[in-house]
Ligand binder design. Structure first.
Ligand code: BEZ
Length: 258
């Protein structure tokens, strides 16, 4: 899934994403179960990507609208027959239009949390629920540390906080409460994830917006160097990669006006 508030350039390619990152939607069953959509409910899928998981919500009988910042991903979602539009998650335009907002593997790209969460609150009816899974504190830590080191070697000083927000449960609870939500459940879940395509391919597809800080001519070598730095932590003796994913999964409810 992709950010609905990514930088203006579209770093996403729906076909490449489908080949290298189908596991992202395949692993979405627990957050769909937490959403527990009822037939006829109006649901906003925030950062819907190519709509693979959105289609599952539609099959369950919900009336779903998808939004994503990537025109290429929205074209792929529409090609599945999903109602979807390009929209910046930090400037959602919906008012009291949805019973639930759902998001899988996208919120961590939406780094302006107050703007995103206040838009989600506006989009929901009073008492509506916000159910999401995203990268949480410690997510892809070995990969991220290798990226920071290689970007520094290339003359780019960054913590990657401007690209990814991986909050702790306490941070996300405070952000949700500030936007008017009551948090019903929130859990940090380590989920080591096999990366069959290999680390360089993972970086090429899933870290493209971060590596766009480098000139195009430097990116391939940077991916190789990042993979070499991460290998002792994430590659086994047979050459299989496992990414150090940590999920933050939560269910929150918008407070009703008194
Ligand atoms: C994630 O889903 O946690 C993720 C995906 C791409 C880059 C970083 C994190």
């Amino acid at each position: 899934m992709t950010s609905a508030s990514a930088p203006a350039a579209d770093h996403w390619n729906a076909q490449g994403y489908a080949q290298a990152a189908r596991f992202v939607s395949d692993l979405g069953a627990p957050v769909v179960a937490l959403l527990d959509p009822a037939p006829g409910e109006r649901i906003l899928d925030l950062g819907c990507g190519d709509g693979a998981l959105t289609a599952r919500l539609v099959e369950m009988g919900a009336r779903v609208t998808g939004v994503d910042a990537s025109p290429d991903m929205i074209a792929a979602a529409r090609a599945r027959g999903i109602e979807a539009q390009v929209m910046d998650a930090a400037a959602l335009t919906f008012e009291r239009a949805f019973d639930a907002v759902f998001s899988n593997a996208a919120l961590h790209w939406m780094v302006d949390a107050p703007a995103v969460l206040s838009g989600v609150a506006r989009a929901l009816v009073p008492g509506g629920r916000f159910v999401a899974e995203q990268g949480g504190m410690g997510n892809v830590a070995a990969i991220r540390t290798a990226m920071i080191a290689v970007l520094a070697e290339e003359g780019v000083a960054t913590t990657l906080h401007e690209v990814w927000r991986f909050p702790s449960p306490a941070e996300q609870t405070a952000a949700l409460e500030s936007a008017g939500f009551v948090v019903e459940s929130i859990e940090l879940i380590p989920r080591p994830t096999p990366v069959a395509a290999g680390m360089e391919q993972w970086l090429a597809v899933l870290a493209a917006p971060a590596l766009a800080m480098l000139p195009e001519s430097r990116r391939e070598a940077a991916r190789a160097r990042i993979a070499a730095l991460a290998a002792p932590a994430l590659r086994d003796g047979a050459g299989n990669w496992t990414a150090d994913y940590v999920r933050l999964r939560f269910r929150a409810r918008l407070e009703r006006a008194e």
